[in-house]
Structure formats: C-alpha cells, structure tokens
Design a protein around this ligand. Sequence first.
Ligand code: MN
Length: 156
Amino acid sequence: MSTDTPTVLPIHIRQTAPFRWDGVPLLAYKEEGGTQFNGVTRQVLFGGSGQLAAQLRYFEVSSGGYSTLERHAHVHAVMILRGGGDVLVGAEIFPLVTGDLVYVPPLTWHQFRATLAEPLGFLCLVCAERDKPSRPTAAELASLCTDDRVAAFVRV
Ligand code: MN
C-alpha cells in the first residue's frame, strides 16, 4: 500500500481516561431495551471502514450486570481487560479474570456476567459483516435450563 493512500481510520487515538478514548462515543449496548441485558456499554475502537473487515469493540458490564443471552453464526474473540465475572459458552460456565481469553464458536449460546464487586470490561473482535444475534425461544431456554448450573446462571 502506498503512503499516500487516503486514511479512513485515525492513526492514533489517545486514551482520555481509563477505558475511554478520545472521540470514541460511549454507546448503548443494543438499540432495543428490555430485561435481557443490564448495565452494558459499548465502544467501537476499530472498524466501520472498508479497510478493515473486522470490528474491535470494548464492552463494559457494570458490577452485577449481564450481557444478552444470545447466539449467532459469527464468532467472538474476547480478551478480558478489566475486572472479573463469569461467562456462559454453550453449556459451560467459566470464571473470568483480567487477561483471560474467550472464544465463542458459531451458533453457541453465550452470556457475560460481571461480579458484584467490580465491572467486567472486555475487548471483543467480530467480523464487520455478520449476522444478527438471536435470543432463545421458550423451548430453547427450557432446554438450556435442564442443566441446573446454567439455569442458575442465565438472566433473560
Ligand atoms: Mn454475541
């Protein structure tokens, strides 16, 4: 690539405060409201450009909060940057601490929860072009919840 190629993404973005970046808006996690998630913010750090076929987002789940229980064909590659919590991936629940990595395979139910003590912040890499998440039907939720640990964990 030549050096005079027009730049779409900024070359450098300064961190203005812990887990905040200059000019990066703090967004609602999802456009729709409801009880299926609680206390989650989203910041798009990289992406939205034809030059990059991926998006890197920073999500923060406030203490006691949780992301949506969902699944989709696209995958997530996650790195925990802040705090602690737990994640459900498929039928397994994993405790999370700063520095941990999480891979969410295609069409696999997943939900992140922060501890009561501190927020859970994580980077999440996705393909720029991706399918929409779906939430479990009543039958799918009942099937998931045949496992007692999963039933106790999930929030919908
Ligand atoms: Mn997801």
